[in-house]
Design a protein around this ligand. Structure first.
Ligand code: ADP
Length: 259
């Protein structure tokens, strides 16, 4: 044994360890920077719009063109709604992340919940020429143990994405499968799909692909992270498969309830 060699090895190991720590910190810092830039972008868009409408109204539009003024007020109000939704989503995320939201477990039949959500979203889907289909294949109740209201939110977020990122005359199919002690749920669309390089990031807070930003599709980039939080709070998993230009499938599991 050479004590000098030993010490050298220890120093090298230590340096390697430190480098790893620094890389992790840099990675986190980059994430924080992106997060801040994303969040300010999401707030800026509606704020600037409101500013524009209010300026125009102050400049005398009320008197000059009352009809246009009414329209501007409506548009300002829609942008205020968007800010309100953003803050609500943010609030929801921070509560979910700090574990402040208890999961209120109930046993219930999944199919009626799916039908309720589909019915409530039918008009929105029709507006985008998208057909929502529940491919029911079991004759008996599909009992799960989960928080019914939170699961409603999961379905609303996934289906609303399938509409937003769908193509006209497209379909969204909802399927459920029994798999041992779990129920597997799949929401499949034949919409614009997600580029492979973006797939791992879609569940991040405020992450939106360049395409959805550029297509000016409304959204906060929070919907999927809320979904993921809810599923993980149930100790279940969610994943996504997608092919750009072909469509996407979001699949998650739920605990099957006996009886
Ligand atoms: P938002 O829809 O508000 O942008 P989400 O968190 O729900 O935020 O989704 C994050 C991003 O993932 C979206 O901006 C979009 O680019 C992509 N995405 C989500 N769902 C789909 C889908 N069904 N088809 C294609 N892209 C999707």
């Amino acid at each position: 044994d050479d004590p000098i060699n030993d010490v050298e090895q220890q120093v090298r190991d230590w340096a390697k360890e430190k480098k790893k720590e620094i890389d992790t910190l840099k990675e986190q810092e980059k994430f924080r920077r992106e997060f801040l830039s994303n969040i300010s972008h999401e707030f800026k868009t509606p704020l600037f719009a409101i500013q524009g409408y209010v300026d125009a109204l102050q400049d005398g539009m009320m008197q000059d063109d009352p009809e246009m003024a009414t329209q501007f007020l409506m548009k300002a109000s829609r942008n205020l709604d968007r800010l309100t939704f953003l803050i609500k989503d943010l609030d929801e995320i921070s509560k979910l992340e700090s574990g402040q939201v208890p999961i209120n477990y109930q046993k219930f039949d999944l199919s009626p919940l799916i039908k309720e959500v589909l019915e409530s979203m039918e008009d929105k889907a029709a507006g985008h020429q998208i057909t929502l289909v529940f491919k029911e294949k079991y004759q008996y109740p599909m009992m799960v143990r989960a928080d019914r209201e939170k699961m409603r939110q999961v379905f609303v977020n996934l289906i609303s994405n399938s509409i937003k990122y769908g193509k006209p005359k497209g379909h969204t199919d909802i399927k459920i499968y029994e798999l041992f002690e779990t129920v597997l749920v799949e929401v499949t669309d034949d919409g614009i799909g997600i580029e492979e390089k973006n797939l791992p990031r879609v569940f991040e807070r405020f992450y939106r692909t360049d395409r959805s930003r550029s297509r000016k599709i409304g959204g906060s980039g929070l919907g999927l992270s809320i979904v993921k939080h809810i599923i993980e709070a149930h100790e279940q998993t969610i994943n996504v498969r997608s092919t750009e230009g072909v469509g996407s499938t979001f699949a998650f599991t739920l605990e099957k309830a006996n009886g």
